[in-house]
Write a protein that binds this ligand. Structure first.
Ligand code: 6LW
Length: 496
């Protein structure tokens, strides 16, 4: 069959994967968004269904004071002795912790903290022992991929933290994962930073504690050499063996807005590349060490068809799975029903790193038409294309003296500009429409049976290259203003 990359589209960075009970499970970073750490299931490695989140309670992760792109960093998911573990970092508090569950469809435990610094924690289980890896600095002050052995019940360190491997010289050595394959230990990592120089590297050794010998042809996977190629930033990965014995790398990457346009605003997404082991025990990945936008493979049967949900509505999405909040929401401000969202605004606006009344769904592809009916009273309510508090485009209705108006507002760093105001008269009611393309969004309003274009804005100003950070555009429904109340109905996001 032929599969297309990404296999999970939109802002789902830093994938980690494990296999258990005949299924594959995958988790991603979530930063300031709540619930934290989206969790997916697949039977065939190609089609992924979100089944939950690992961090669903405030007691598991505290996001109130988390800045944009702070909070929940790269997770690792593992299955050992019937139990699932997910370990991650709250980068804002600089704490590494893990949670566990015996029921993948159920709730996860309270956090168990590990006193080892750095980011991108990893767990490796062997012979009743649990090893904990992360990037950072060890107890002797040596940097690299750092390891200690822990008591998996309590998180207590059983051995000092020791630096295992310093990588191949790329900046930001991170994303460690340990595996035992054919009697050898493989230590996978990423280097180069999560931008255009990103890459996957690895080393192997005879013992779980090292020493480790680097693969002679590192990086094993990168797209940093591919100029004019849509897919960039390939790195941060996890290895998995399928039931037929084939190996694969799940990794992050991003899609530029155009071949020669080095901007990406949809966030870092999940990609899949085949892995092949040689007789010498070293493995290669992708196509000549790069990831392609599609792969022909006989490893997956032709009967597997890659599905894509092209139309998303209130009715066919799940408030608890597909939608997310900025930090911890105040539940009393949200009434989420089948076919309708009623949002009560507060004084918190979209322009501060706090929790405005906002519920969002990731923009997962470039070309889309997004529409929603909004009926509101006071304040302001509408749709925002949200990258962070300083980079968002808002299409909204607001109350003004004598009536209501529709507005298009651009927020790009220090520039905050209402580009167009359209008088709506005495009713705070209209259909808001956003048409998304690779390079531009266009905004219009349908009121009294007449569609009026308000303006357009370039996608690049919401990109990671402009905004910085680690997230991607989320389509948010929001209300702000202390006595504002807004009803959203007929939401539709249709991808082309
Ligand atoms: C993550 C690090 C990375 O922790 O970006 O691409 C950081 N890799 O491994 C934030 O996602």
């Amino acid at each position: 069959m032929k599969f297309n990359n990404p296999v999970i589209k939109g802002f789902y960075p830093d994938p980690s994967i494990c296999k258990a009970n005949g299924s594959y499970y995958l988790v991603c970073s979530s930063f300031q968004y709540f619930p934290g750490v989206p969790l997916f299931e697949s039977k065939d490695l190609i089609n992924w269904t979100q089944i939950g989140h690992c961090l669903t309670r405030r007691s598991q992760v505290q996001l109130d004071t988390v800045g944009s792109s702070g909070g929940v960093f790269a997770p690792t998911i593992r299955h050992d002795n019937g139990r699932f573990y997910m370990t991650t970092t709250n980068d804002t508090t600089r704490q590494n912790f893990y949670v566990w569950t015996d029921d993948i469809y159920g709730e996860w435990s309270e956090p168990i903290f590990v006193d080892q610094g750095g980011i991108d924690p990893d767990l490796y289980f062997e012979g009743g022992k649990a090893y904990f890896m992360s990037n950072g600095t060890d107890d002797l002050g040596i940097g690299g991929i750092v390891q200690c052995q822990i008591d998996i019940e309590t998180g207590a360190k059983l051995t000092p933290s020791r630096s295992l491997w310093q990588g191949t010289g790329g900046r930001y050595l991170e994303s460690p994962h340990m595996y035992r394959i054919n009697g050898q230990y493989y230590l996978l990592a990423a280097e180069g930073g999560t931008e255009y120089g990103h890459m996957v590297t690895y080393a192997r050794g005879e013992s779980v504690t090292g020493p480790f010998e680097p693969y002679p042809h590192n990086p094993v996977l990168t797209n940093r050499n591919l100029g004019g190629y849509e897919l960039q930033g390939v790195g941060h990965s996890d290895l998995i063996q399928d039931d037929e014995g084939n190996w694969w790398l799940f990794h992050l990457g991003f899609r530029q807005i155009g071949r020669w346009l080095t901007f990406h605003h949809l966030g870092r997404e999940v990609f899949l590349a085949p892995v092949t082991f040689g007789e010498d025990g070293w493995f290669e990945a992708g196509h000549n060490g790069t990831t392609l936008t599609s792969f022909e493979t006989d490893r997956i049967p032709d009967s597997v068809v890659q599905r894509e949900k092209k139309v998303l509505t209130f009715e066919n999405t799940d408030w608890n799975l597909d939608w997310c909040y900025l930090r911890h929401p105040a539940p009393e401000n949200y009434k989420l029903e089948e076919g309708k969202a009623t949002l009560k605004g507060t004084a918190v606006t979209l322009d501060v790193p706090a929790s405005p009344t906002f519920i969002g769904i990731r923009q997962v592809d470039f070309e889309a038409t997004i529409a929603c009916d909004v009926r509101m009273t006071n304040g302001e309510a509408g749709i925002t294309l949200y990258m962070d508090e300083n980079h968002h485009y808002d299409l909204a209705i607001r109350k003004v003296e004598g009536g209501y108006q529709a507005i298009e507002r651009l927020n790009i760093g220090d520039i905050k500009s209402v580009e167009r105001e359209l008088a709506l008269g005495a009713e705070g009611h209209a259909t808001l429409i956003i048409r998304a393309g690779h390079e531009r969004y266009s905004f219009s309003v349908l009121a009294d049976g007449k569609e009026t274009p308000l303006g357009t804005a370039q996608t690049r100003y919401l990109s990671s290259e402009v905004a910085g950070g680690f997230t991607g555009v989320v389509i948010g429904l929001y209300a702000c203003g202390e006595d504002s109340l807004a009803e959203f109905t007929n939401f539709k996001c249709e991808y082309r």
